[in-house]
Ligand binder design. Structure first.
Ligand SMILES: *Cc1c(COP(=O)(O)O)cnc(C)c1O
Length: 371
């Protein structure tokens, strides 16, 4: 038989696949338990936006038709929301899709792309799949003012003639760390204009409105800036797969050339459009998250566990001992969390913030997991 791995393109041969959170159905099958809660994939514990659900309820008869390949209605709504032109928007099958499109459209084996240690696992996968060089810049330490956060000075210093792209998530996953408006703005100012800065704002909605760092406000100033957003997190539509980027129209034009013609499906287009108007749901999601986050942080304080202060809907908790036995203990009691050893964080777990009830169950269980 052929050695198919050897036949794969060089970048792909070296890839480690993305490890998703364990699905509830899988744990049910494995352990035969029910009443499982999943705090593993930063999903919205309140479910989808009710407006989004209502909008797609009656769409089933339309599924024989292809979706609107241009996503006109959704783009129109997004253009209004962000005060940009429709030709600045690229829709994706999740924002993951847009991240991959960016890498495919702009990177070659001769280029490198920069990202921080402990940032989203999709960045190195997208970069390496192309055969480009991924330049991972060590993150700040636990005792820095932004534990495990991006070292922007080191990232700026790492830019060389082959650098084509920089990925930054703000807030970042899996750490929850975040960059201030001032620091981020200053960084982008330093980046040469032929280097594309991808600012991934998947968790933006979870910060208080007064504390949000909204990079889309800088699009007129920086032609090389690309903002990505998603409906998977605060809007509660992870299962539908829809996200988008905002950029200079010329960048959107390039992405549009390689985008699959129907990369966002009919239900996703309609649900996302409806969800944009669901401000009440976002507010409610923010409130539930803020409460759960402070509850979990207080629990960690009580247990003397350190964690990264988070502006997302999850908390990275460092148990300062091998985290897998703790993960397993929680798992056997019906709570799925996320191991992050693949990020080089073998003593930590990433815990998504759930409902009040879910957090109470976790907080009761956590001390019993610690030996
Ligand atoms: C969850 C997440 C995304 C969004 O992924 P989708 O493909 O839109 O579901 C993007 N970036 C980061 C950092 C994430 O954590």
């Amino acid at each position: 038989m052929s050695d198919f791995k050897a036949l794969a393109v060089p970048g792909v041969q070296k890839l480690k696949p993305y490890i998703p959170g364990k699905p509830i159905s899988e744990l049910e099958r494995e352990l035969g338990i029910d009443n499982i809660i999943k705090l593993a994939s930063n999903e919205n514990p309140l479910g989808p936006s009710p407006k989004a659900m209502a909008a797609i309820k009656d769409l089933l008869p339309e599924l024989a038709l292809y979706p609107d390949g241009n996503g006109f209605e959704l783009k129109k709504a997004l253009a209004e929301k962000h005060q940009v032109n429709m030709d600045q928007i690229t829709l994706g099958n999740g924002s993951n899709d847009v991240l991959v499109l960016l890498a495919e459209a702009f990177l070659t084996a001769a280029h490198n792309a920069i990202y921080s240690q402990y940032s989203f696992a999709v960045y190195p996968i997208a970069i390496q799949a192309i055969g480009a060089t991924h330049k991972m810049i060590p993150a700040l330490g636990w005792d820095s003012e932004s534990p495990l956060g991006c070292d922007l000075a080191a990232m700026a210093a790492a830019i060389d003639d082959q650098t084509q792209m920089i990925f930054i998530a703000n807030p970042n996953n899996p750490t929850g760390s975040f960059l201030s408006q001032q620091a981020l703005y200053k960084f982008i100012q330093q980046v040469p204009e032929n280097v594309i800065v991808v600012l991934d704002e998947a968790y933006l909605e979870y910060a208080l409105e007064s504390q949000r760092v909204d990079g889309s406000l800088w699009l007129n100033e920086f032609d090389n800036l690309v903002i990505t957003r998603t409906f998977s997190k605060a809007y509660g539509l992870a299962g539908l797969r829809v996200g988008y980027s905002l950029s200079h129209p010329d960048i959107a034009n390039v992405l549009n050339r390689i985008r699959q013609p129907f990369n966002v499906n009919t239900l996703a287009l309609k649900a996302a459009q409806a969800a944009i108007d669901d401000g009440d749901f976002i507010k409610q999601s923010m409130a539930v998250n803020a409460q759960g986050l402070s509850q979990l942080a207080a629990c960690c304080d009580d247990l003397n566990l350190r964690y990264v202060p988070s502006k997302g809907n999850f908390l990275l908790v460092d148990f300062q001992q091998e985290a897998m036995p703790i993960y397993e203990h929680l798992l056997h009691n019906g709570i799925i969390t996320r191991p992050v050893a693949n990020y080089g964080l073998a003593t930590s777990l990433r815990i998504t913030i759930g409902t009040q009830q879910q957090m109470q169950r976790l907080i009761k269980l956590l001390p019993t997991a610690l030996r």
